[in-house]
Write a protein that binds this ligand. Structure first.
Ligand SMILES: O=C(O)CC1=CCC(=O)O1
Length: 259
């Protein structure tokens, strides 16, 4: 079976592959601020999660296992034996799953504004039911308020509007099915199996996955370290693009020192 994931590829064909995973309710375009800097040295493969962007929308509920296996299948199709991986939020959850279940496929990893366990499950089931019943626009204001700090929202209403449009363009059934994957997720027991050197990035003002969630991941992964980005909420890579790109490049280039 071929992959059901929509991919966007940038960068030189012969360069090491860097896979970028996006957050719940966004698509590959959420990584746009990083592409100019990262595409100089990496072949970047951005993917839309199942149920998101231009990927397939199979019936839910989904699980982290399903989302992760879909990515493995995609890498198999592309005949890519290993990758560097960076993911924001839901993208980071899939990254943790991948690095724990297929450690040979992940060389270095960055986990941004994410969590290994994001309960309580009831809140995700309620959000899924709301979205299935009434669509995404009814939750959009609340979600976007967690994505950006008030100061950034005031300074860059154009960026906020663009990301809000990305959210409301997400298929409601796909979004709801991913909420159910988050509800059922507990990656904490898997963290100790992750061998990839891992940079964990938290937004200092992220109300969705607070810094303490990042600290828990760092405690669980043997070769992990933490970076806290100031003046950033949940989509820290959008709010502080230069700082996050620099952190990613420094972490990915440390590979040269691993050998
Ligand atoms: O939508 C939210 O509340 C924040 C979030 C959780 C997982 C994700 O990808 O975004």
């Amino acid at each position: 079976m071929t992959s059901r994931l929509h991919l966007v590829v940038d960068g030189p064909a012969g360069a090491p592959t860097l896979v970028l995973g996006s957050s719940l309710g966004t698509a590959a375009a959420m990584w746009e601020p990083q592409i100019p800097a990262l595409a100089e040295g990496f072949r970047i493969i951005r993917y839309d999660h199942l149920g998101h962007g231009r990927s397939a929308v199979p019936p839910g509920p989904y699980t982290m296992d399903l989302l992760g296996r879909e990515l493995v299948r995609t890498l198999d199709d592309l005949e890519v034996p290993w990758v560097h991986y960076a993911g924001v939020s839901l993208g980071g959850m899939v990254g943790m799953w991948l690095a724990a279940h297929a450690p040979e496929r992940v060389r270095r990893m960055a986990l941004l504004c994410t969590s290994a366990s994001l309960g309580p499950p009831g809140q995700w089931h309620r959000r899924a039911a709301t979205v299935r019943g009434d669509g995404l626009s009814v939750i959009a204001d609340a979600v976007v308020a967690r994505w950006f700090t008030p100061a950034f929202a005031t300074a860059r209403p154009d960026v906020v509007a663009g990301h809000r449009a990305m959210l409301t363009a997400t298929p409601p059934d796909g979004y709801a099915a991913c909420c159910e994957a988050i509800a059922a997720m507990d990656l904490r027991p898997d963290l100790g199996r992750i061998t990839a050197p891992t940079l964990v990035v938290a937004g200092a003002d992220d109300p969705a996955t607070p810094v303490e969630h990042a600290r828990e991941i760092v405690r669980g992964i043997p070769r992990a370290r933490l970076a806290v980005v100031g003046a950033a909420a949940h989509l820290a890579n959008v709010e502080q693009p230069e700082q996050v790109s620099r952190l990613l490049l420094d972490h990915l280039h440390e590979e040269r020192g691993d050998r």
